[in-house]
Design a protein around this ligand. Sequence first.
Ligand SMILES: Cc1cc2nc3c(=O)[nH]c(=O)nc-3n(C[C@H](O)[C@H](O)[C@H](O)COP(=O)(O)OP(=O)(O)OC[C@H]3O[C@@H](n4cnc5c(N)ncnc54)[C@H](O)[C@@H]3O)c2cc1C
Length: 436
Amino acid sequence: MNAENQSPDVDFDVIVVGAGVAGCVTAYQLAVKGHSVLLAERGPKPGSKNLSGGVFYCSVMKEVMPEFEAEAPIERRVTRNCLSFLSPTSFVNLDYRDERLAQNGTAVTVLRAKLDDWLATKCEDVGVTLMPGIKVDGLLKDADRIVGIKAGDDTLRSHVVVAADGVNSFLCRDAGIRATEPTNHLAVGVKSVIRLPREVIEERFNLNGDEGAAYAVVGDCTNGVGGGGFLYTNIDSISIGVVLRLDDLVERGESSSDLHDRFLSNPAIAPFLKGGELLEYGSHLVAEGGRAMVHDLTRPGLVVVGDAAGLTLNTGLTLRGMDLAAGSGIVAAKTIDTALQQGDFSQASLDAYTAELDATFVGQDMRTYAKAPDFFLNPRMYGDYGRLLSDVLYGVYNLDMKPRRHLLPMVMAALKESPVKAMQLARDAYAAVRAL
Ligand SMILES: Cc1cc2nc3c(=O)[nH]c(=O)nc-3n(C[C@H](O)[C@H](O)[C@H](O)COP(=O)(O)OP(=O)(O)OC[C@H]3O[C@@H](n4cnc5c(N)ncnc54)[C@H](O)[C@@H]3O)c2cc1C
């Protein structure tokens, strides 16, 4: 609502809870359109509580801030993507490097403490009122309508509240939108940031200038627990960690920090980190349920964005949440702008958000990868396939003066030794094609 229309019974047109990517993009877009916006963040500084592996597929930011790529605290541009299978004794990589990624790459590495702080400053530049250190405890309701927020003894009123409070959204629970998320929809991420001189990183990862490498690792890094490892290069540090499916972790009685340490000390991984200094260590929940996690996204006076809306995708090759958070923020701001102009904050008015989001890359990708979470329930992904692959390659490269066989008989021999059966392999390959 523009200043002249501003209703006296609200403190702000819109209150956005959570200064992550989703909240900052929503707040920024609304302030640019002339609305009064409060951005409340529980951390002492935006980003201080946030944690991401760190690859941001950032094309979407061009729609929000054309200057994003030139000015944002980007670490490196990802020009090398590796899909790696790790076993206790082998490291098999599908290593993809492409000049086109260096020229038109859409993926950059970021550190959230820097990125979120920068995004929040950009929000302030366009007039958003940023309130860090405020933990929102609940929603203010008037009959079935959300009319503001509660924080401690304080209340603040608005026409619309945006729940951008992340994967564990307390606001969604308070609005009756969702109950506690089942553990098979969640994973826990444990991450370290290790400082290394920039020349060492460039040499170790075969990078020039601001090029970057991103490794997605499956297999022994999780000791059989559903999930995987990641390793991303920053300017003068490495982001490295594991993402572990919560239900499997609990069932197997494993400790997430022990698995993190085990991954970092694997003989194939440790040389990447040699001589490095630990800068940061943290853990955070990851939304892993895909489309099954996406619930109602609106109530009268409330719109849900980003992880709070369940918008994260793990395809094994890419882990995406930040671009989906930004995409949902753009659509949310557009819907709320229309609602403010029309003075209509009903469910029907705000439901335009759900319909529009469904038509964007966010909704479409959530549908495309709807089968991915089920595919990754397959335990063979986290052990057997890595070993099978390395047994086949061992047969190819270990020329021990025994007569060689063609590849197919070698694969069949490796399969015979492996717990994986040929029919399972065919079925899993078919499932992979359908899910990914
Ligand atoms: C280990 C790990 C690796 C990942 N790797 C990647 C990756 O490489 N690429 C990628 O795109 N995505 C990745 N993700 C997912 C990505 O981090 C999330 O999808 C993304 O951060 C979602 O953004 P968001 O703004 O919705 O939520 P968040 O970034 O979680 O922001 C929520 C904000 O709300 C604040 N908040 C919460 N509750 C309250 C409250 N009550 N009051 C006030 N403030 C509150 C929080 O402090 C936080 O600032 C990863 C996640 C993890 C954990």
